[in-house]
Design a protein around this ligand. Structure first.
Ligand code: THU
Length: 129
């Protein structure tokens, strides 16, 4: 894995690219594949609020559409509110590809908390298990 401070820096860069004029809550995600390739995601909001897509899903979809489906780490930062726990929809999408994913949350002061995806979503809906 890249140095955690490098990954936090990249998450902050993704966070700065969020399009969040409605909530003003900016999220950055760095998804790291098992072979060390990184994909960045930021939340993208819409005037039709329900069309908003979370940073985590943007990162997963970028990775999958680039041919990568095996992930080791996801680092998430945000513009406030303590640790940015990923929403249930994003956890479900992540579980599709990497049930063994490690998720690293970064608060405003760059403190981190680490979880396995399974701790945050113990019973994902998955075919073939
Ligand atoms: N958001 C994310 O990007 N990731 C999450 O896991 C939760 C929420 C975004 C969506 C929306 O743009 C803003 O945060 C407020 O919900």
């Amino acid at each position: 894995m890249d140095n955690i401070s490098d990954l936090i820096k990249r998450a902050r860069e993704a966070q700065a690219k969020a399009y969040a004029p409605y909530s003003n809550f900016r999220v950055g995600a760095v998804l790291v594949t098992k072979d060390g390739t990184t994909f960045l995601g930021s939340n993208v909001e819409n005037s039709s609020y329900g069309l908003t897509v979370c940073a985590e899903r943007i990162a997963v979809f970028k990775a999958v559409t680039s041919g990568e489906k095996e992930f080791a780490y996801l680092v998430i930062s945000s513009s406030g509110m303590g640790y940015p726990y990923p929403c249930g929809a994003c956890l479900q999408v992540l579980a599709e590809f990497s049930p063994e994913l490690k998720i690293i949350l970064v608060d405003e002061a760059d403190n981190i908390k680490k979880y396995w995806l399974k701790e945050l979503l113990p019973k994902a809906f998955l075919f073939n298990q």
